[in-house]
Design a protein around this ligand. Structure first.
Ligand SMILES: *[C@@H]1O[C@H](CO)[C@@H](O)[C@H](O)[C@H]1NC(C)=O
Length: 184
């Protein structure tokens, strides 16, 4: 995305923040239907304070994720993402928290996989990573299609601002060659 456009979006967001009631953050989508959330997603945008996760601009591509609910309260999440070493995929098995709609696998460094909001055509995912005292924030915009709607992008940038990840917000170029490695 062109820097000018990002600036326009951010100004639009900033103007809006004052008129909204204070958000309690991070706020999870409580009535989430994990069955409906399952399946293939493109990762259209990402913002993270984990260094080296997002590669140099010429290596950036759309990411992808396949989410599947398993019996016994497990969630299988596969993520394919273009890194500086090339397209890499990783599989995570996450376990549901007993009380909250959150999945995690602390042994693998996943403190929380939260879906902040979704209408099942897009999803705003907040992934908290790190071990012990280390904490990395990772916000991803998931989409069933390879393009994001203005409103979902705005919500993504709004969330980045709240989590102080505005400078790390990256809209990924529409190259699906890495994402499609996860297609069935
Ligand atoms: C995006 O998806 C549409 C429909 O599946 C496809 O026709 C189009 O080529 C895709 N665009 C890119 C840049 O991959």
């Amino acid at each position: 995305m062109r820097p000018g456009l990002v600036l326009v979006l951010l100004v639009a967001l900033t103007l809006d923040v004052g008129s909204q009631p204070q958000k309690n953050f991070p706020k999870e989508s409580n009535a989430l239907n994990w069955g409906k959330f399952s399946g293939f997603w493109y990762i259209l945008a990402v913002a993270t304070n984990a260094r080296g996760f997002v590669p140099a601009p010429d290596k950036r591509k759309l990411g992808a994720s396949v989410v599947k609910v398993h019996r016994g309260g497990h969630l299988r999440v596969v993520v394919a993402f273009s890194r500086s070493q090339g397209c890499q995929s990783q599989e995570l098995i996450l376990r549901k928290d007993k009380k909250k709609p959150v999945f995690r696998n602390t042994l693998k460094g996943v403190k929380g996989f939260h879906v902040l909001s979704t209408d099942y055509s897009y999803g705003l995912v907040y992934l908290r990573l790190g071990r012990a005292e280390r904490n990395y924030k990772n916000v991803m915009l998931f989409g069933r299609q390879n393009i994001s709607s203005f409103l979902s992008l705005r919500e993504f940038l709004d969330t980045c601002a709240i989590l102080k990840l505005t400078e790390e917000a990256t809209i990924l170029p529409k190259d699906a060659s890495c994402a499609h490695t996860l297609l069935p």
